[in-house]
Design a protein around this ligand. Structure first.
Ligand code: UDX
Length: 433
């Protein structure tokens, strides 16, 4: 099949590469000339584990191509996927749909033959109706259906998740569209659950899932706070809870608060939709407020670890919003750093992948260390903010030799408490005394 993908970000690019691997011809279109140029020349614009090899393979074979020209991508396509950004509106926090609507307006003119227009971006319930109306207005004779095809790819694991989906949700109100998408995703038959639902249910499934996961993280973070006070150990509590198959083990890792380009945006958009429909989503509203509060509190915890010394030196390991990605958007690390920087100017940072992106947000307010050990030079406290596997493997003796005061504040519970203490550190983490 020919598939056009509009938008080459964290959703569009891995999806395009995955669909090329499944045997389709994929043309990705983007508005940013440098991106298209870079991708066409074989330079990936984002980091995703396992992506590079497939990207090069399909670029060379011609199954995957990139263009600025919407007509090239959309003409003759069986499926057009909208994978453009839906950033939160700065004031209302609603998903801003201007890129979706602009793409719908532009693509409409080039539809030829029956085409399924599928929304991959996370969009508020009812957006499919709007997209359909826009296309119909621009091109009244077009033969098309608009479908919601939500995306559940985690950043950093997008390629893995593409090939191992928990479910494929097809939100279509027409049988013809359903058949086209069942054919596109036929390689997954027997390997995963296909959920054929109406368009609005599909749009809701995406938000409801992300908001639930965010709530699950908030819940375990709250339990961690409780454990600290009550003398229990959150690792043991989370293990005990997770073994109940109704609860499940995943997303029970306490931390400095959730972040990233999805959870904060989607919880806010869902809460806003609840307000709009007069169906207040109190659990989600609380999750958002408490998660914001948590990041500020974590910054205060770091400052408290310096015992009031204003010129104490702080080493930070981890800037990305989670391990396995270079993305710093809405990273808890950024918000914690903002709080820290109100009290201290002595901060050096290191992240295995996210230094460049962090620099765009932090500028010259911090020192960028060339490696994890250099970040610790002369430090009074080492703070772990992102769950990178590399940090687990660090040589603690070397870390100790670089630091002035041997204190580690592990806000991701990455390290083994006993090992760190045995190496001569004053160690504290989340959810235990
Ligand atoms: C999320 C969803 O998981 C994915 O299905 C969706 O389509 C896109 O949004 P992503 O934003 O890539 O994916 O990150 P995810 O792995 O879900 O983590 C989000 C945040 O929660 C990160 O800051 C992470 O560190 C935090 N987190 C996650 C925890 O603090 N504890 C956990 O147990 C899990």
């Amino acid at each position: 099949m020919k598939v056009a993908i509009i938008g080459t970000g964290y959703v569009g690019l891995p999806t395009g590469i995955g669909l090329a691997e499944l045997g389709n011809t994929v043309v990705c279109v983007d508005k940013i000339a440098e991106k298209v140029e870079s991708l066409s020349a074989g330079r990936a614009t984002i980091y995703e584990d396992g992506m590079e090899e497939l990207f090069q393979k399909h670029l060379k074979s011609g199954a995957l191509s990139f263009t600025l020209d919407m007509s090239k991508a959309v003409s003759g396509a069986d499926v057009v996927m909208l994978a453009v950004g839906t950033p939160p509106h700065p004031v209302t926090k609603e998903a801003d749909l201007k890129y979706i609507y602009a793409a719908a307006e532009e693509l409409a003119a080039y539809l030829d033959g029956y085409t399924v227009v599928a929304t991959k971006s996370t969009v508020p319930v009812g957006t499919g109706d709007e997209v359909e109306a826009i296309i119909r207005k621009v091109n009244p004779s077009a033969d098309f259906d608009v479908v919601s095809l939500p995306e559940f790819l985690r950043e950093g694991f997008a390629v893995h998740d593409f090939f191992h989906p928990d479910r494929i949700v097809i939100g279509a109100d027409s049988d013809k569209a359903r058949q086209v998408l069942l054919k596109l995703y036929a390689p997954f038959e027997g390997k995963t659950e296909f959920l054929l639902v109406n368009r609005k249910s599909s749009e809701t499934i995406k938000y409801a899932s992300n908001a639930f996961l965010a709530m699950k993280i908030h819940y375990i973070n709250e339990m961690a706070d409780f454990c600290e006070k009550a003398g229990a150990d959150i690792r043991e509590v989370a293990r005990g809870m997770g073994l109940d198959s109704r609860i499940g083990r995943k997303f029970l890792n306490p931390g400095p608060g959730y972040g990233g380009s999805c959870f904060p945006k989607d919880t806010n958009a869902m809460a806003q939709m609840g307000r709009k429909y007069g169906a207040h989503l109190n659990l989600i509203e609380t999750t958002i407020a408490k998660n914001d509060e948590r990041k500020v509190n974590m910054g205060k915890r770091v400052i408290a670890a310096l015992n009031g010394s204003r010129d104490g030196r702080i080493a930070i390991w981890g800037l990305a919003f989670k391990g396995g990605t270079d993305d710093c958007r809405e990273s808890p690390a950024m918000e914690i750093l903002n709080e820290i920087l109100k009290h201290s100017e002595n901060v050096s940072v290191y992240d295995p992948k996210a230094m460049e992106n962090a620099r765009k947000l932090l500028g010259n307010k911090v020192v960028y260390a060339p490696d994890a050990y250099e970040a610790c030079r002369g430090a009074d406290v080492l703070v772990i903010l992102t769950e990178w596997e590399d940090f687990k493997a660090a040589d603690l003796n070397r870390v100790r030799s670089m630091m002035k005061t041997h204190k580690i504040l592990d806000l991701r519970n990455m390290l083994d408490a006993e090992t760190v203490k045995a190496a001569g550190f004053d160690y504290s983490c989340i959810g235990m005394k």
